[in-house]
Write a protein that binds this ligand. Structure first.
Ligand code: MLT
Ligand code: MN
Ligand code: ZN
Length: 302
C-alpha cells in the first residue's frame, strides 16, 4: 500500500493568509525553518497508480499535481483519482469536491450524516452535481466497504469509525457519523492506514483500534489546549474545538507513543502549532517520542 500526504495543515493552511502568529511570521520570513503546508488530505493506493483521496481540500488542484504522473493516459480528459472518501463535511475537508466538478464522474464514499450535511447545509454536493455525476457509497460505522476502482476492481477497503467531535458549526442537525476516522486496509496484505484528522478525545477503545494500524495519521491540530487563547486568536480551547492537544495531561503524544504502529504521523496541524517549526523544542519532543510531524509530499510504502 502506498500512502501520500498531499496536505498536512489544518483549515487555513500554513502560513494562513490572515495570520501573523509567531509560526506564520517565521514561515513567511524563512520557509526552510517552517515548510509551507496545504490543507490536510491523503492519497492511498494499492499499486501506486490508482489513487483514492481521503478528504478533498480547498487545495486539491495543487495537491493532485503531487500524484505520480501517468504518461499512458488514454483520453484527452482523465481524472487521476478513483474516488473521494470523506471523514466529515467540514469546509477544509470537503470543498475540494466542488472544485473537482470538471470530472465527468466523481464517486464519493461518506456516512449518511456527512452526506446530508453536504446536501442540505454546505450544499457542496448539490452544487457539484450540477456539473458532474457523484455516485455515492454509504459508509456505515464499523463496517468495512470495498473501494471500487473505475475499472471495477477492488484492492482496498475502508472502515469508518466514530470519533469524539461535534458536527460542523453550519450543520442543521447532529446525527451519529457526522465525524469519523478511517481505516484503509489493503485486501491482499491486510496492511492498514488509519486517518483521523479530527478527534476530540482518546478513549481506551479508540486507542485499541488505532493500535491495529501500520500507519497512523492523527490529529496534530494543536500543541496545547490553551494555544489559541494564549495567542490571542480565539476563546475556545483545543478540546472545545474537538481536537485533543498533542501535549499536556491526557494529550495525544504520550498515548500514541505507546502504540505499536510502525509509523505514527501527525497531520492536520494548525498554523499556531510550534511543531511546525523545524528547530523547535516541541518538534524535538515529537521525534524523541518516536513520532513524525507530517509534511506535504511525505510518501510511505508498506
Ligand atoms: C476543524 O478541523 O476543526 C474544522 O475543519 C474547522 C475548520 O477549519 O473549518
Ligand atoms: Mn479541519
Ligand atoms: Zn498563524
Amino acid at each position: 500500500m502506498h500512502v501520500l500526504l498531499l496536505g498536512t495543515a489544518a483549515g487555513g493552511g500554513f502560513p494562513q493568509w490572515n495570520c501573523w502568529c509567531a509560526c506564520c511570521r517565521i514561515a513567511r520570513r524563512d520557509p526552510d525553518a517552517a515548510f509551507p503546508r496545504t490543507q490536510s488530505s491523503v492519497a492511498v493506493s494499492a499499486d501506486g497508480h490508482r489513487w483514492f483521496l481521503l478528504n478533498a481540500s480547498p487545495d486539491v488542484r495543487e495537491q493532485l499535481t503531487r500524484l505520480p504522473s501517468n504518461n499512458s493516459v488514454p483520453a484527452v480528459r482523465h481524472v487521476p483519482i478513483e474516488a473521494v472518501v470523506l471523514t466529515d463535511g467540514e469546509v477544509d475537508h470537503s470543498l475540494g469536491v466542488v472544485l473537482l466538478r470538471e470530472a465527468q464522474c466523481l464517486p464519493i464514499y461518506c456516512t449518511t450524516a456527512t452526506r446530508s450535511i453536504l446536501e442540505n447545509d454546505s450544499r457542496f454536493l448539490t452544487v457539484a452535481r450540477a456539473f458532474t455525476t457523484l455516485p455515492w457509497t454509504e459508509l456505515r460505522l464499523d463496517a468495512p466497504v470495498e473501494l471500487r476502482q473505475r475499472d471495477g476492481a477492488t484492492s482496498l477497503a475502508v472502515e469508518a469509525f466514530a470519533v469524539p467531535a461535534g458536527a460542523p458549526r453550519f450543520a442543521s442537525v447532529s446525527e451519529p457519523g457526522h465525524t469519523v476516522g478511517l481505516m484503509v486496509r489493503e485486501l491482499a496484505t491486510g496492511r492498514v492506514c488509519a486517518f483521523v484528522p479530527g478527534c476530540g478525545d482518546l478513549s481506551p477503545s479508540l486507542l485499541d483500534r488505532l493500535a491495529l494500524a501500520d500507519i497512523l495519521l492523527f490529529d496534530g491540530t494543536f500543541w496545547s489546549d490553551e494555544e489559541l487563547v494564549a495567542a490571542g486568536i480565539g476563546a475556545r480551547t483545543a478540546r472545545e474545538m474537538d481536537h485533543v492537544p498533542v501535549a499536556g495531561p491526557g494529550g495525544s503524544l504520550h498515548q500514541l507513543a505507546a502504540l505499536p504502529c510502525r509509523h505514527r504521523i501527525y497531520t492536520h496541524i494548525n498554523n499556531t502549532n510550534p511543531i511546525l517549526l523545524e528547530q523547535s523544542p516541541e518538534r524535538a519532543a515529537i521525534e524523541h517520542a518516536g513520532l513524525t510531524v507530517g509534511y506535504d509530499g511525505l510518501r510511505i510504502q508498506i
